[in-house]
Design a protein around this ligand. Sequence first.
Ligand code: SF4
Length: 411
Amino acid sequence: MEVTKRIEIKSTKPLRDLMAKHFLEIDEAVQTKNKKVAWCTSVGPAELAIAMGFLVYYPENHGAMLGSTRSATDCIPFAVANGYSPEICSYLTSDIGAYLKGETPLTKAYGIKSIPKPDVLIYNTNQCRDVYDWFSFYSREWKVPLLGINTPRNQPKAREDVVNLVASQLKEMVPNLEKVSGCKLDIDKFREVIALSRKCSDLWEMVLDTASARPSPLTFFDACIHMGPAVVMRGRQEANEYYRMLLAEMKERIDQGIAAVEGEKHRFYWEGMPVWGKLRSMSELFAKLKACIVASTYCSSWIFSALDPKDPFTSMARAYSSIFITLDDKQKEDYIEEKVKHFGIDGVLYHDAKTCPNNTNSRYAMTTRLSERMGVPNLVINGDLNDLRCFSEEQTITNVEAFVEQIEESK
Ligand code: SF4
């Protein structure tokens, strides 16, 4: 396939340095025991752990690394041999599989021998139940305390009874975290971390919003890479400094007319998870077709606008109980429609990720309902976040090319 030349995002090098710092700092803590380490689900109560002095490690980020390095497919059978179905979350099966196989992409990337053994595991089922099963494995394996928040899902936006329920679970978690950390929660420190996290969310939202410019300075594929600090370093000053730099670069690209996709003709929305092992080839496919994926549900999932340092527990409960994945279909459809209008979308791409029904929204006719309501065509891409056995590249190329042709004819 012909490769379209792209102007590289300059902030990519500082991004790599920042991510390296994150992993090396945690590794050092494990080796020297100078700090406690908490594992946290990607939209779990990280701010609470940071305020109590923990360094936070996110296994889903490790899952994404296994996917993007394409080692996931070799690791999954180790988890399957241990009794885990290949039909469940392939982050879970590839991460546990990699552990059982005795390997991690952290070794090649940063010279780190193994994933960091935590002092505590903290999950939130706001995204799925799989995270509970995933963390339970390590809790049994390493005899490490497992703490969790159980959040009702499929609900209209942030019901007060749900917010109160989650806030009380967060408060109940505090004495257990204090037991592990050996120090009391300082409420002012907690407010400070919430303020930093909120700032990170605001800056990340502004970065994503630069894609509303024509041509867009970044694509969904770029955002999948640059969302790293929002996922693993929110609540820390370094993440905010990074996003100030990235935002300035995106504004500069807009001013200079630098397009993420040269000759941008079509603007798409991506609904669902990335296919991590195919980010580059899919980025090249869409660039070749002059189509820019300018917005996505996935990358916007790390926007937590409800966080408020004045009311740390309740606002955190509200922020984490009202993320897209927790909403009912009606709310999800309103959300996507708003994005489609705001970003001037020509077509919506739904990724049906075989092992993640939680982040897949194309199975209960949302595609038809939204297409009729907005008059915007859609395409369902069958694949998976990590298990490449569920993804046919040839079929995807054929379907995407036909979809773009259909859009061109209708213009
Ligand atoms: S939301 Fe999906 S990908 Fe994420 S942990 Fe749950 S099942 Fe896995």
